[in-house]
Design a protein around this ligand. Sequence first.
Ligand SMILES: *Cc1c(COP(=O)(O)O)cnc(C)c1O
Length: 397
Amino acid sequence: MTLANGRHYLAIPGPSVIPDPVLQAMHRPAPNIYTGELVDLTRSLVPDLNKIAGTAHNMAFYISNGHGLWEASLTNMISRGDKVLVCATGNFGHGWADVAARLGAKVEVIEFGKQAPIDPARLEAALRADTAHEIKAVLVTHVDTATSVRNDIALARQAIDAAGHPAIYAVDAIASLGCERFEMDAWGVDVMIAASQKGLMTPPGLGFVWFSDKALEAGRNVDLRTPYWAWETRANPVHLYEYFDGTPPTHHLYGLRQAVDMILEEGLDNVYARHEILARAYWAAVDQWGAPLHFNIADPAARSHAVTTLGLAAPAATQLRTWLTEHLGITLGISLGFGDIGSAESDGYFRIGHMGHINAHMVLGIIGAIETAFVALDIPHQSGGSVAAAKLLASRV
Ligand SMILES: *Cc1c(COP(=O)(O)O)cnc(C)c1O
């Protein structure tokens, strides 16, 4: 028997749930791309996105997913043969490193493993060792969506400053922007990337690269720069097509405008608090259920509020995911970076996306559904996960 009919809930770390008003804003005929509403709407997005990013720096739009933003940022920062230092705390850090290597950079990776955030002392030591200042950019992931670790971006900046190193500091905030506080300027970030399909609640396909004047100057003559990816025209357009170096992503822009309106109406502080409380409701349930289910990131202070990676003795994690989709109409995220997809190791992890357009009853629904799967699949656990989450929520509303 399946009880999956009804509205399916895709609770994965991107694409996230798209609000109905965003879908409705996109449902329209092709708009005029030369003058009028779309031109004004696109311009109006820049200051509002800057607010969410915590910056007064420059912003370039791209028609792109996150992988494209890795390339967009790198091609504006480095030349072939330049060195980049990557702080890897999971699959996504390695992904950015891999793009840099394939672009011809010399890549040095500091591996912090899959269970811990960046240790700033190791970053500082690596930069101090680079006495010739060969490292042109330091790449850090704010939230690594594979491990669900959250790195302290201001602390990594302090490590760079303590080493007295001039490298450009670039941060991937694709998973976290719009879910967790990000203060690009206050935290001393030179380059930041984010995409539409996670905290910004809009379908995949729109990307953003913010860059400081220092990054702009440092990147003026890099030889990886090609006309399409070059960021300064996109950040200083005269005509609408220059934002995108071609036809604008018309419908995405209407959707994003609506999504950003919703975020700013709720208020950034409230958005961040909602994500924190809902994440803690999941964590309260997981704490109550106990082994064999366990957090990938043991320290709550280093856990993301947008995604939670959980371990569950293989192959139970995959069995649970499959059962939830088939019987209850819920899809949770697959394991990423823990062995090849389909391997025994990878069947021991799953992820819950709790980013963007989510509220308490959605979280309680997933928690109840996981409890149902535990019973149906005979997975050992202590009962009371839902009650633990309910108590947490009741104490915070
Ligand atoms: C989702 C994500 C990416 C990749 O985005 P795609 O749109 O899948 O290319 C990169 N970095 C982080 C931190 C992400 O969460």
